[in-house]
Design a protein around this ligand. Structure first.
Ligand SMILES: Nc1ncnc2c1ncn2[C@@H]1O[C@H](COP(=O)(O)OP(=O)(O)OP(=O)(O)O)[C@@H](O)[C@H]1O
Ligand SMILES: [Mg+2]
Length: 362
């Protein structure tokens, strides 16, 4: 007797219990299951997620394999995990086709004050997204203190193609920094119109290619450079970095207002350099600048708190040699905090994109 034929419906039914927590719907209903092929007892299909950096990708894959494998007559299951290209919702006013072509989502990393770890957070967030499977670029727009060259160890002057600029590559990321165009020995005094022009050029003339995420290291505060970016870049969301000793609500509020005015979602606030754990006392947390400030501030500003990043001297030592902590000590709590940030940001953006889709459909 020949074995019973397996139907597409049986496969869909087996996959229906798998729910995407970000959308609150199952993967069949969401249309994520694609390309089902049945060849005797061999079944293959694709699960197409909204982002390659989906933090529960592996869980989906395992679960799907297990459930379909349990169908009577199935001998072999091949699941391919893919992701669809969906444009960044961005801010409505600033969505223009000639701005950042090929870039699906743009995340601004901002702070009220300098020196809180904005650049460190931007780069490690980028690396964590890349580690999760995404194509990522970093655009350092800090006109006053571009630090991407130092933090990545990449220093060349980018090549051009006509009037377009080709980003540099390093640490598996595409990189662009104002620092690639300046000379260490001669600090540039930027005037408003120059800053505006340069940032405009960064937004329209860099050949990023296809990117899932572009991380923007924002200029500090709410000056000309920051305004040019928020008003002209299709930012999908912003992450605010603070430290426990920089709990100036006034500055943070100003920053928040700047994003809110142009409808850029605030993904949340992260507190950097929160506490120190001595290597020989791994269970201790010394809150050198006080505990709970960031969380409180997030609450006061009505934004999500995205976590505490511990102080780790290796951030400075390795960072200044082009070895971000996520690569040099991926097992450290500091690296893990940046990975958790990346997972939260990914899910929040997926949820926002889901809302945009829902409102477009309904
Ligand atoms: N979690 C951390 N543990 C230890 N040192 C850190 C941590 N985060 C950042 N640093 C260090 O703090 C300094 C400031 O960090 P960073 O340059 O990222 O801040 P920034 O906000 O971009 O500053 P700027 O305003 O100068 O651009 C750097 O020397 C960096 O190595
Ligand atoms: Mg910086």
């Amino acid at each position: 007797m020949s074995p019973p034929e397996i139907s597409e419906n049986q496969i869909l039914d087996a996959l229906r219990p798998i729910v995407d927590p970000d959308f609150g719907k199952n993967i069949v209903e969401l249309g994520f299951v694609k390309d089902i092929e049945i060849d005797g007892g061999r079944v293959s299909f694709a699960i197409e997620l909204t982002t390659p950096a989906c933090p529960i990708k592996e869980e989906f894959e395992r679960d799907a394999k297990h459930r379909v494998g349990a169908i009577e007559g199935v001998k072999d299951v091949a699941v391919s995990m893919t992701s669809q290209s969906r444009p960044s919702p961005g801010s409505v006013e600033s969505a223009r086709e000639d701005v950042l072509p090929g870039v699906l989502r743009t995340i601004a990393v901002a702070s009220g004050k300098g020196g809180v770890g904005k650049s460190t957070t931007a780069l490690n967030l980028a690396l964590a997204l890349q580690k999760a499977g995404a194509k990522v670029g970093v655009m350092d727009c800090d006109v006053y203190g571009p630090s991407l060259p130092l933090l990545t160890g990449v220093h060349e002057r980018p090549a051009t193609q006509g009037k377009k600029i080709i980003p540099l590559e390093g640490l598996g990321l595409k990189l662009m920094s104002i620092g690639f165009f300046t000379n260490d020995d001669s600090p540039v005094i930027w005037r408003g119109p120059m800053v505006h022009g340069l940032i405009q050029q960064f937004l329209s003339d860099v050949l990023w290619g296809e990117l899932d995420y572009l991380i923007v290291d924002m200029p500090p505060g709410t000056g000309d450079a920051a305004l040019t970016l928020t008003q002209n870049a299709p930012l999908s969301g912003a992450v605010i970095v603070t430290t426990a000793n920089d709990l100036s609500l006034i500055d943070a509020r100003k920053g928040l207002e700047m994003f809110r005015k142009v409808n850029i979602p605030i993904l949340g606030l992260i507190e950097n350099m929160s506490f120190f754990t001595p290597p020989d006392l791994p269970d201790r947390k010394y809150y050198i600048f006080g505990e709970g400030g960031g969380k409180q501030m997030a609450q006061d500003m009505d934004v999500d708190f995205l976590g505490e990043v511990p102080i780790d001297p290796r951030v400075v030592e390795d960072g200044d040699q082009g070895r971000p902590i996520l690569l040099s000590h991926p097992e450290s709590d500091t690296a893990k905090a940046f990975e958790s940030l990346a997972a939260q940001v990914t899910r929040k953006l997926a949820r926002l994109e889901g809302e945009v889709l829902d409102s477009a459909a309904g």
